[in-house]
Ligand binder design. Structure first.
Ligand SMILES: C[S@@+](CC[C@H](N)C(=O)[O-])C[C@H]1O[C@@H](n2cnc3c(N)ncnc32)[C@H](O)[C@@H]1O
Length: 425
């Protein structure tokens, strides 16, 4: 589960496009700033086009990887650092990023503890109530490396030396923290560090300069256990060179903080097989513990969400625009349909970044088009919290909360209808 980090496209203002409006509204129009309702998929390509290096399959270790401390020790501003095993070009590109690095600021409050979880080793547990979007952890990873290095089959000895290099370079405290992490591969791993990396590494996507994904091992985030109804999600923030973990559902004090290790769109049986094979455990989360009939319903709900996502795309306003003009369509038709989809997500406890944004976007736009500021704000607030949870930024939702009347959707349906000629008596 890996997302690119997005540029804030929505912070900029644009000149108002005059809506189709009755004459009296037109007369009052002045040029004003229009607030945009965010409507972009949360997925995005990396800004920086990676350079393609000719890399023979399975021959990773023979190439010239460098051991680098990033962001770069600054003795005037001591901060945690990550030991990285990356290509020289990546180091150059990262250090050349404008404004890099953004200062590392730890979360204002400690919201969790790491403690034993029955049947699941250690895990992360909330020590306070946590709201959607709240920052739970911000961490500079212990180590970062190009994926696949420990398992270079053509040069197994060299692979071991390379993998252990960044671990050797860690401080004694961090090295102990690394070796204290769980190794679900046991003797099946070619060497212990490979098993620990395999069990705990988090995908952070490609770093600038090279197209292959990198993986990070973190002291605390790597302690999060799995659930098929996760209440938290992590994302990589390149500018501060840190991994953030945020809540995607309210988490009560004492509740375990859980993420997903596997694609949640897959049916129960496939999820179980993948977790067993890659992480050596049988998932007993709420969804995986459902009786057979209920479990089939859960699979069907997930399938429905996947199918619906192929038809409903963020930023596609065709349906909304047709509804705005259609006098015969009920006011709540789009809102109710979208709420049903969100209800399926609630039942599953599964908020997938590919699925929820489009429904929030449509609900907010529909309420705006109806001139219902209160409901538009309530839903835009929820969308802001979830967007922050997945990306660390609100992407412009807070502006919609603050200025619903200044959005380009405001009152569109109401105006379209009041502009209709009266039907003859
Ligand atoms: C990244 S580690 C998570 C932290 C780990 N529990 C520990 O003690 O350090 C992944 C391992 O945790 C265990 N684990 C994670 N989620 C689990 C779950 N839902 N049920 C049982 N074991 C789980 C498995 O042993 C898995 O290989």
């Amino acid at each position: 589960m890996r997302r690119g980090f997005l540029k804030n496209e929505y912070a900029k203002t644009v000149t108002a496009k005059p809506p189709t409006a009755p004459p009296q509204t037109k007369a009052k129009q002045t040029k004003k700033t229009v607030v945009k309702v965010p409507s972009e998929s949360l997925h995005n390509a990396e800004d920086d086009a990676p350079i393609k290096l000719a890399m023979p399959e399975g021959d990773i270790a023979s190439l010239n990887l460098n051991l680098v401390t990033l962001p770069m020790p600054n003795f005037l501003r001591p901060e945690p650092m990550s030991i990285c095993l990356i290509w020289p070009i990546q180091k150059q590109k990262i250090l050349a990023l404008p404004g890099f690095p953004v200062r590392f600021v730890p979360p204002p409050r400690v919201l969790y503890e790491i403690k034993p979880i029955p049947g699941a080793g250690m895990g992360m547990v909330a020590t306070q109530d946590i709201e959607v979007g709240d920052l739970i952890v911000r961490e500079r990873p212990l180590i970062i490396m190009v994926q696949g290095i420990p398992y270079d089959k053509r040069h197994p000895e060299y692979a071991r030396i390379q993998t252990e290099m960044p671990i050797t370079a860690l401080s004694e405290e961090n090295r102990s923290a690394f070796y204290a992490l769980h190794n679900c591969k046991g003797d099946k791993a070619p060497f212990p560090a490979a098993g620990i990396i395999d069990t705990n590494a988090i995908g952070i996507g490609a770093l600038p300069g090279f197209e292959n994904d990198c993986a990070a091992v973190c002291k605390d985030i790597s302690r999060c256990n799995h659930s098929c109804s996760p209440n938290a999600v992590y994302h990589w923030h390149l500018q501060s060179f840190s991994e953030e973990l945020r809540a995607i559902r309210p988490i009560a004090k004492g509740e375990e903080i859980v993420i997903t290790y596997t694609p949640l769109r897959c049916p129960h049986r496939e999820r179980q097989a993948s977790l067993e094979q890659s992480y050596g455990f049988k998932c007993t989360c709420r969804i995986c513990s459902l009786p057979a009939e209920e479990s089939r319903r859960s699979d069907a709900r997930r399938r429905l969400l996947v199918i619906a996502s192929t038809k409903n795309k963020s930023g596609d306003d065709t349906e909304l625009k047709a509804w705005i003009k259609d006098m015969n369509a009920p006011d709540n038709v789009i809102i109710e349909r979208c709420k049903k989809m969100l209800d399926l997500m609630d039942q599953e406890g599964w908020y997938d970044e590919n699925y929820w944004p489009v429904y929030f976007e449509r609900i907010v736009k529909a309420y705006l088009a109806l001139g219902d500021a209160e409901n538009a704000k309530t839903w835009a607030e929820k969308a802001a919290a979830l967007t922050i949870a997945f990306t660390g930024e609100d992407k412009g939702w807070s502006r919609v909360v603050a200025h619903p009347q200044d959005t380009e959707w405001w009152n569109l349906r109401t105006m379209a209808h009041s502009a209709e000629p009266l039907s003859p008596i």
